[in-house]
Design a protein. Structure first.
Lengths: 197, 370
């Protein structure tokens, strides 16, 4: 699992063995594969890009081409132990509704996203007056798939206002974890484990 | 490309009558099929390929009438996506057809062709024929059932109605029910056949001539539905056929007209008009949800198979929404399902043509990551 992206490694390490998992925006299926092979999980996926779906199918994974905004509606209530949304929330049309859907389908949800309040992003805005292009946000504003930038504190506020319980939170700077207190400033990535409160 | 196998066809005669959805049963059923590869000792490496409306069991071997290579040689064979080095591949002609299995052109008990006395059959009846073949071959459970178009309907029907007989289903460019538009196109074809005086209420076999005109028009209309507008434009555009100017007549001025006429005519050499009536009817009657109380997810309640559905973005006959409908039902049933919409310019026919992305999905799904 050491080859997983840091946020995926956090998720993989904290999923219970043998769990049923839905990975929304599963990409080429790296996380699903790790969960299946290392934790005997029953992992299903959803992915927008057809060539990625093809790669997943080639790995023996069950993945449906679809998008988080429209196609989650067809999954039954509470049908998986974990719904996972890694690095995808900020690309959805309605992140709040997607979040509700994740917790309808899953008993718990892992959500990871890039933190737009990271100090590098702040510096870029403050000193250069430009939308940041950083390691985690490498694409210019006009072609980025990220249409709903958010910060760690924005996310905390959203889940609190929806009565969603935070069962775990991990904050990453590179592949190192940083403390929750300074997370909104220092974390590049955040990973939350959520449950219906 | 490997050497084409020229004759691998066999015929199974069923000892028991085949029960039909229409309430009747069909005695003395013959099922023509061919196999490729080797059935292993555990008999668990068999893949059943189901053919489309005008297809047949000559999936790899040359067609006995046209001499053309089998209809899926690009997909099936040693080292190909459906690998005959690993799998025992079976392809059977559906009942109701005219390529070796019992159909309206076969002789009834009185020694005369069935004609319109042949009972109306359904997709599930075709599948009953396949299952009888599996019984005869001693195959309890298929590694996978695979089919495109009407073949996909059989694959869905088998996975739903004979759930313990397959461990996977690969359904390409297909649907769980025929839409009003699908039925409409088929009805045009059927009426075209029936309007041909040579059809003689289906009793044309002793007259040396059948409703070739009607069948050919039916094929022309259907053929349009297998292609895409963009594909037609690219292949033919408004180009004229062997001439510089329009003739101001009703000859085949345009290449597309000439092409369709040729396709229609060539079809009559290899296909029986009554078989076309019966098979299109079977497709029109297909509604897997209706068979299971109106809820498609219920159809798969007993299944433990894994599924893969593939659609093509230019297929307007069985559009992506049809595949998604099945995917949602399988999801609701909690079954492992993959789905991908592939981009290909050839419309519905894409499943038969050169679409490398399809090869990868088929190989990947059947390979299970091995």
């Amino acid at each position: 699992m050491s080859l997983l992206r840091p946020d995926l490694a956090v998720i993989a390490a904290n999923v219970a063995p043998g769990a049923r998992v839905l990975d929304v925006g599963c990409g080429d299926g790296t996380l699903m594969q790790a969960l299946r092979d290392d934790k005997r999980c029953d992992a299903r996926g959803m992915e927008l890009d057809s060539s990625n779906v093809g790669l997943c199918v080639g790995k023996g994974l069950s993945v449906i081409q679809g998008d988080a905004d429209g196609d989650l509606a067809f999954y039954p209530d509470q049908s998986v132990d974990y719904a996972i949304l890694s690095q995808t929330l900020q690309t959805t049309m309605r992140p709040d509704l997607v979040l509700e859907e994740l917790l309808r389908i899953g008993r718990r949800a892992f959500v990871s996203f890039p933190n737009f309040a990271h100090w590098r992003v702040r510096l870029s805005l403050l000193w250069r007056g430009r939308m940041p292009v950083t390691r985690l946000l490498p694409v210019a504003w006009y072609e980025t798939p990220n249409i709903h930038h958010l910060t760690v504190n924005d996310f905390r506020e959203l889940v609190a206002s929806r009565g969603i319980a935070v069962e775990g939170a991990w904050f990453l700077s590179g592949d190192r974890q940083c403390s929750p207190a300074a997370a909104n400033f220092r974390a590049e990535h955040a990973v939350f484990l959520l449950a219906r409160g | 490309m490997s050497t084409p196998i020229t004759d691998a066809a066999q015929v199974l005669s069923l000892t028991r009558p085949l029960p039909l959805d229409g309430g009747q049963s069909l005695a003395d059923v013959r099922i023509a099929y061919e196999t490729h590869g080797t059935l292993n000792a555990a008999k668990d490496n068999a893949i059943l390929i189901c053919h489309a409306l005008t297809g047949d069991h000559h999936v790899v071997s040359n067609h006995p009438k046209t001499g053309k290579p089998g209809w899926w040689v690009r997909m099936v064979g040693p080292g190909k996506p459906i690998d005959t080095d690993r799998f025992f591949v079976i392809c059977a002609n559906v009942i109701g057809s005219c390529m070796g299995s019992t159909g309206p052109a076969s002789l009834a008990e009185d020694g005369k062709p069935w004609g319109m006395r042949f009972p109306v059959i359904t997709i599930r009846d075709m599948v009953r024929g396949h299952v009888a073949l599996l019984d005869a071959l001693g195959i309890e459970s298929l590694y996978a059932v695979v089919g495109g178009s009407m073949g996909g309907m059989q694959a869905l029907s088998l996975a739903a109605n004979f759930a313990d007989r397959t461990r996977a289903a690969l359904v390409i460019a297909s649907t769980a029910r025929h839409s009003a538009q699908n039925i409409a196109f088929h009805e045009v074809g059927r009426q075209s056949i029936m309007a041909d005086p040579e059809w003689r209420d289906g009793d044309y076999y002793d007259h040396g001539k059948g409703p070739e005109k009607g069948l050919s028009v039916a094929r022309m209309a259907a053929h349009i539905t297998y292609l895409s507008e963009a594909g037609l434009t690219e292949k033919f555009g408004r180009r004229l056929q062997d001439r510089e100017e329009k003739t101001f007549g009703f000859d085949a001025d345009f290449q597309i007209e000439s092409y369709l006429r040729y396709q229609g005519l060539a079809f009559t050499d290899r296909f029986d008009a009554n078989a076309y009536l019966y098979i299109t009817r079977a497709m029109d009657y297909f509604d897997l949800a209706e068979e299971h109380g109106g809820l498609l997810a219920n159809a798969f309640a007993k299944s433990k198979a894994r599924f893969c559905l593939v659609s093509f973005d230019t297929d307007w006959l069985y559009p992506t929404a049809d595949s998604r409908n099945v995917v949602h039902a399988l999801n609701a049933a909690g079954l492992p399902v993959s789905f991908v919409e592939l981009s290909a310019p050839f419309g519905h026919d894409s499943f038969l043509l050169d679409v490398p992305a399809l090869d990868r999905v088929v190989e990947g799904f059947l390979g299970e990551g091995r």
